[in-house]
Design a protein around this ligand. Structure first.
Ligand code: DHB
Length: 385
């Protein structure tokens, strides 16, 4: 196995008595501290808790029962409690999930190698695929029954499938997100998504003293284009569009720029190689589905591999791509919907602008439209967990 969400798959397999090796290209310190999205769907929280990974998540995660959407000087609350029969989300940084997973694997003597490089996959169409890699200055080889390619969009796994056999779909968006982590108390109890005249902004949080804010920027912007003053001005302009609400400023602890892309490689299995997470699909960040989809994939994969070892049956292995893709395309649609609804598209025609307004006005007045958004935000699952 390679990279994140590999430690979760390794953990799930270990619970079924199945041995695995996780190869991680980065250092432990890097992956445990890299700031990324932080919204866990209800099903993700349930799954992590059920498999013994919920201790810190339940203590430090911040449960949320709604979000706020701002547009045209109005505010609309999506009430998850009321609209989804009590479901919700939890704000818990992705790197915190990574820390919990790695510590659980290490406690159980799970095999994880960090700072692995030069990974090559061989014999993926045979019964005994092999991974060749370098670690601590030595070239090593590991023969296995299955390879889980959880090595992100730029990893080797997807590229190891012959191009002619890969079926993929993609869409790029004409903007990116500039994200900042700030030492300040949240200015709101709930996340605020704002579609303003000047573009999109999001106010989120990580703890009672740390906030996370995002602003729509140009796709080729760099940090030099965004002084701290410009960042704060943009956040004030875009978020303070309703009366009597003020955004609290603080020290900026970290900055990052996230490109916006939708991508799906439907060839999630090739021989004994299975793709999972960002190796197979990318969503634009609006709605924070990325990690939830990766966790959904490895949950299906652990069930399929467990059944193969327990019964010698390939039934679940064969339907792995179909099960994942049903869930993935739901996440793709929702992320595209949230992105389309809330951003200012530089190339949109007056007609498209009116359509966006029509959708927002419908959302603000119809409980059915709000219910659909809420159901997807907390995580719509074709199979419950
Ligand atoms: C966060 C990220 C998102 O993409 C989102 O839609 C909501 C919250 C976050 O990092 O907190």
């Amino acid at each position: 196995m390679l990279d994140q969400p590999a430690p979760l798959l390794s953990h799930l397999l270990a619970r079924q008595g199945i041995d695995s090796l996780v190869l991680e290209s980065r250092s432990r310190d890097y992956i445990e501290n890299r700031v990324r999205a932080g919204v866990l769907e209800q099903g993700t929280v349930n799954l992590l808790t059920e498999v013994g990974l919920g201790d810190r998540l339940l203590k430090e995660g911040i449960p949320h029962h709604g979000i706020e959407i701002r547009f045209d000087n109005q505010s609309h609350r999506i009430d998850f409690n009321e609209l989804t029969d009590g479901k919700g989300i939890s704000i818990y940084g992705q790197q915190e999930v990574v820390k919990d997973l790695i510590s659980a694997r290490i406690k159980e003597d799970g095999k994880i190698l960090f700072e692995v490089s030069d990974v090559e996959l061989m014999g993926i169409e045979s019964d005994k695929p092999t991974i060749k890699f370098s670690h601590e200055g030595e070239v090593k080889q590991s023969e296995c029954d299955f390879i889980a390619g959880c090595d992100g969009f730029h990893g080797v796994s997807r590229k190891s499938i012959p191009e002619a056999k890969r079926k993929s779909f993609s869409r790029d968006y004409p903007f990116a997100w500039l994200g900042i982590l700030v030492e300040a108390a949240p200015s709101s109890e709930e996340l605020i998504y704002a579609n303003s005249e000047a573009g999109f902004a999001l106010h989120s949080m990580r703890s009672p003293t740390i906030t996370r804010n995002y602003i729509q920027c140009n796709p080729d912007d760099s940090f030099e284009d965004w002084s701290n003053d410009r960042i704060w001005q943009a956040l004030h302009d875009r978020l303070e569009i309703v009366n009597d609400w003020k955004l609290e400023e603080g020290e900026i602890l970290e900055k990052g720029i996230t490109p916006m892309r939708s991508y799906v490689c439907e060839t999630m299995r090739f021989g004994r190689l299975f793709l999972a997470g960002d190796a197979a699909h990318i969503v634009p960040p609006t709605g924070a589905k990325g990690m939830n989809l990766a966790i959904s994939d490895v949950n299906y994969l652990s069930e399929a591999i467990s059944e193969w070892y327990a019964k010698g049956s390939e039934d679940l292995i064969k339907i792995y791509p179909k099960k994942c893709l049903q869930q993935v395309w739901r996440g793709e649609h929702f992320s595209w919907y949230m992105t389309s609804l809330l951003h200012k598209f530089p190339d949109s025609t007056p007609f498209q602008q009116r359509l966006q307004r029509a959708e927002l006005e419908y959302l603000f007045s119809s409980s059915s439209a709000s219910k659909s958004l809420a159901e997807n935000y907390v995580g719509y699952r074709f199979d419950q967990y």
